[in-house]
Design a protein around this ligand. Sequence first.
Ligand SMILES: O=C[C@H](O)[C@H](O)[C@H](O)COP(=O)(O)O
Length: 235
Amino acid sequence: MTVAKENAALAALEFVEDGMVLGLGSGSTAEIFLEKLGDKVAGGLKVSGVPTSQRTADCAREAGIPLLDLDRVERIDLTIDGADEVDQAFHLIKGGGACLLREKIIAHASKRMLVIVDDRKMVETLGEFALPVEVDPFCLGLTAQHVYDALLQSGCKDGQTTLRQSKDGSGPLITDGGHYILDCRCREIPDPIATARALADIPGVMESGLFIDLADVIIIGEVDHAKVLEIKRDT
Ligand SMILES: O=C[C@H](O)[C@H](O)[C@H](O)COP(=O)(O)O
């Protein structure tokens, strides 16, 4: 599906204008976009980036994209990011790469969010992809129980949580912000707005991977082209 991701990334470049401050998403699709953006920067495009993860910062530097000092970001014109699932209302599941908290901070601060995916990510109902929830490690068992209850009470078909482990087998995965990730098997999230609210009400939850009303444009890459879907939001 690399070709589909590339087509989505290339179509996203059309939205980038000289002088923009760009939120730079994380994940394999976002990294393809960084490579393409790097080529444009080498060709004279002037932009600056705000990375959503340490890995994205490294990739952006490698691609030659100038990054802003994170303590001095005053505006973000456009964020380009991937997603794990996208529904018809442009609600998203994100966090497959454990970057959801910083991705949400940047998406929320952006004038527009553009999501690049391949067509396998488009779904009728969110929830087949296990929902990542970023939590503080303190009293993890209590928070996990509250997450489980909130998922069931907000109508999810299931709520079983699994603590994500690091790939090197050294223990629980630690996010860039120093938190854990609970992957929640929901199977179906019939009311993503209610579920996002219920999770946000739990004190140990830093953020959930449900991105509600944040995406303005979805670019769906296919093998030979990319489809652009836009939603108009009140500003
Ligand atoms: O935490 C990671 C992010 O939310 C990614 O944007 C998401 O998991 C999609 O990644 P990929 O493009 O690799 O499928």
